[in-house]
Design a protein around this ligand. Structure first.
Ligand SMILES: Cc1cc2nc3c(=O)[nH]c(=O)nc-3n(C[C@H](O)[C@H](O)[C@H](O)COP(=O)(O)OP(=O)(O)OC[C@H]3O[C@@H](n4cnc5c(N)ncnc54)[C@H](O)[C@@H]3O)c2cc1C
Length: 365
């Protein structure tokens, strides 16, 4: 039986990116995934955008630091984002701008005329907006493969169909056992189990931190007139929807946050109907067909900040969880930072401007 320095449980974007970063330090790394292939759960279901404000001011340092890596790697295609509101949302628009003051994001308010130019067909009651020009689409598949490829070149061993059902520690070594009865040993185990993070923590004898999976639905619409490819990502300032063009179609979400057990999430008809109803209140485009619909889980710690670094109580247990709705767009800086926390390395050009303390797992101690 091989013994590894690190065994990472979960091969979504979190586990894959961290495996790549840890292997680059010379450590031996095992990456374990319950499903047939990595990326089956949240990572494969995202809306695929990088948006400077998404997740709130606490997340901005991770998003901004990741932007350069993503841009230089060719994973981003610039789109721009509009947060829109009605006249009654004036206060919300002002508050949004104030919340992000001094964070380093680039945003500006637009009036109705400027808004119309960016979003043809907009219904008359939408009069206010915040424009965020840097927002971009992320090629999530390419990014996930980039990390899996980097991990492979770093000799990371990836094992799929390895649902870990037992984790025990003796004499400074963990033994992990899968549902199929396979076992592995490692000095450190890392919880990158997404929606199952609390469940896995309990397996390893740790206290759950209260990570809550929330279901989010996306529908793909065919609309008339056909949507222009360069339209911005459009988000409701009140958090009721977002939509963006995707290969001649519209990807639309009602911005739902339905608490869920960790599971293979599926869309509910009510969320689909709500999404379309809200969309039709924004633009006069005709919805011709719902071509696809899907749902995924976004998993949040109680304070909505991610959870990185050492467990406060259980020796040899690391966390890389609570990636919420920003796990793809923050992955480069997040994985580098988490690897530095777990190996004791100091910050580098990717992480030097990031204060890790808001994200440490030890805050739950
Ligand atoms: C609809 C939707 C839209 C989103 N849009 C965006 C976006 O535009 N931009 C963005 O940055 N983020 C977005 N997100 C969030 C992003 O997808 C997540 O933050 C990210 O994918 C989380 O990655 P993860 O690796 O933590 O989780 P996952 O991808 O779910 O991976 C966790 C893995 O752990 C495995 N696992 C669990 N338990 C075990 C076990 N016991 N043994 C072995 N393996 C186990 C699971 O099988 C799973 O594959 C969106 C999410 C959703 C649902």
């Amino acid at each position: 039986m091989n013994t590894f320095d690190f065994a990472i449980v979960g091969a979504g974007i979190a586990g894959a990116s961290l495996a790549a970063e840890l292997s680059a330090t010379g450590a031996t790394v095992l990456l374990l995934e319950a499903e047939d292939r990595p990326g089956y759960h949240s990572t494969g279901r995202s809306a695929a955008f990088w948006e400077e404000c998404y997740g709130g001011p606490d997340i901005v340092p991770l998003t901004l630091a990741s932007g350069r890596y993503l841009r230089e790697g060719g994973f981003l295609t610039q789109r721009g984002a509009l947060y829109i509101g009605r006249t009654s949302d004036t206060h919300a628009i002002d508050r949004f701008e104030q919340r992000f003051e001094g964070t380093g994001v680039t945003i500006q308010q637009l009036d109705r005329q400027a808004l119309e130019q960016r979003l043809p067909g907009l219904r008359p009651d939408w009069t206010r907006a915040i424009w965020e020009p840097a927002c971009a689409d992320i090629d999530v598949g390419a990014l996930h493969h980039h990390y899996l490829g980097k991990a492979k070149r770093g000799s990371v061993e990836l094992v799929c169909r390895a649902r870990i059902v037992d984790a025990s520690r003796r004499d400074g070594q963990w033994t992990l056992i899968s549902a199929a009865g396979e076992s592995w040993t490692a000095g450190t185990i890392i919880n990158a189990a997404g929606a199952w993070a609390d469940e896995f923590a309990q397996l390893a004898g740790a206290r759950p931190v209260g990570i809550q999976p929330l279901r989010r639905t996306v529908v793909q619409l065919r609309v008339a007139p056909q949507v222009a490819p360069d339209l911005p990502l459009v988000l409701d300032i009140g958090g009721g929807f977002y939509f963006k063009p995707e290969s001649g179609r519209v990807w639309l979400s009602p911005h739902d946050e339905e608490p869920s057990e960790p599971c293979d999430a599926a869309p509910e008809e009510l969320a689909v109907a709500q999404a379309i109803d809200r969309f039709e209140s924004v633009v006069d485009w005709q919805v011709e067909a719902v071509e696809r619909k899907w749902a995924g889980l976004r998993s949040f710690a109680p304070d909505r900040r991610p959870v990185y670094g050492w467990d406060p109580d259980v020796e040899g247990l690391g966390w890389f969880a609570g990636q919420g709705g920003f796990g793809i767009q923050t992955s480069p800086a997040a994985a580098r930072l988490a690897a530095q926390l777990l190996t004791g390395a100091s910050g580098d050009d990717l992480t030097v401007g990031i204060d890790p303390s808001p994200y440490l797992a030890s805050r739950f101690g």
